[in-house]
Design a protein around this ligand. Structure first.
Ligand code: PXG
Length: 289
């Protein structure tokens, strides 16, 4: 049976789920999205993701023509149609079909699409042994130009940084802001551990306030690990005891080198190990939607 996609109120086979070529989502990346995870039949932090989606849409003056509850129902229907219990969910809202010019005012109705897919986490070995990352020379788009809280359909800036990672033969690249402070990787937030303290770039650094990042901060505080949001430099990464990334797809993934410099002793450290396990357990057993 072919995979079913929810599109503007209907479940359709993936082969028939198509968007008009005049959709401004395609023409200009004009639209917003969310990436969610389903664990054991439950959608993780659904209300947080829906809040972020509606805020992204509001920030770009896109009126989502459906209430949150209806989107939630549509997600459930899509999961059920595909008989899924553990998967990745991509929810997107495009500006809709309009004239060829850039004006969003020509678009009459946004399109809402829900796609489900297998989870593509890093290989198990990466969670055990950590991975190498680089710092990208592509700076992150300044918050004053486009808020990093808007998960827009235009990820070109991040894609340019991803090319740098690919060229360097590593899975991820960390982007800096225009002042040289550490922001985040191309689809993950970043943390370090220094002297037993957990540190992660603050909102002011110009990052997306990731939902996984927020949960990890909660779990750390609950475990008595002191955690602080602050400005970080490349120096802080290079001299950190531990480093890891967080994201809906990756969960918590250890980083053991940055720009070929070993982090700590080059092995996955105890705080990273503890938080990796804590998140893994929380997402599957403790979380109440
Ligand atoms: N920073 C950026 C720029 C992101 O796009 C995160 C951090 C992590 O946020 P969450 O809320 O997921 O903890 C993201 C996540 C994917 C995928 O396939 C994820 C994102 C973007 C594109 C693809 O997992 N966003």
């Amino acid at each position: 049976m072919s995979k079913m996609v929810w599109m503007n109120g209907q479940l359709v086979p993936v082969e028939q789920a198509s968007l008009g070529v005049f959709d401004h989502g395609l023409l200009y990346g004009d639209g917003v999205f969310e990436g969610l995870r389903q664990y054991q039949g439950r959608v993780f932090r659904l209300s947080d993701h829906l809040r972020r989606l509606y805020n992204s849409a509001k920030a770009i003056r896109l009126d989502i023509p459906l209430a949150r509850q209806d989107i939630s129902t549509a997600i459930s229907a899509t999961l059920q149609a595909n008989k899924l219990t553990d998967c990745y969910i991509r929810l997107l809202v495009t500006r809709g079909v309009g004239a060829l010019g850039i004006s969003p005012a020509t678009c009459s109705r946004p399109s809402i699409i829900i796609i489900t897919n297998d989870i593509k986490m890093y290989p198990e070995e990466t969670y055990r042994n950590g991975m190498a990352i680089i710092t990208a020379s592509t700076p992150r788009i300044a918050a004053a130009a486009l808020s990093p809280q808007i998960k827009s359909l235009n990820y070109l800036n991040n894609i340019m940084a991803k090319w740098e990672a690919i060229d360097a033969g590593v899975p991820e690249a960390v982007m800096l802001n225009h002042l040289g402070f550490v922001c985040e990787c191309t689809a993950d937030n970043i943390f370090i551990v220094r002297d037993g303290q957990l540190l992660t770039p603050a909102e002011e650094s110009g990052i997306l306030l990731g939902i996984t990042r927020g949960v990890v901060l909660e779990l750390a505080r609950a475990a008595g690990i002191p955690a602080r949001e602050t400005n970080l430099t490349r120096y802080d990464l290079y001299t950190a005891d531990e480093c890891f990334l967080t994201g809906t797809g990756a969960e918590v993934v250890p980083v053991t080198s940055v720009d070929k410099r070993s982090i700590g002793n080059g092995q996955v450290g105890p705080v990273t190990r503890q938080l990796t396990l804590a998140f893994h357990h929380y997402a599957r057993h403790d979380e109440k939607a």
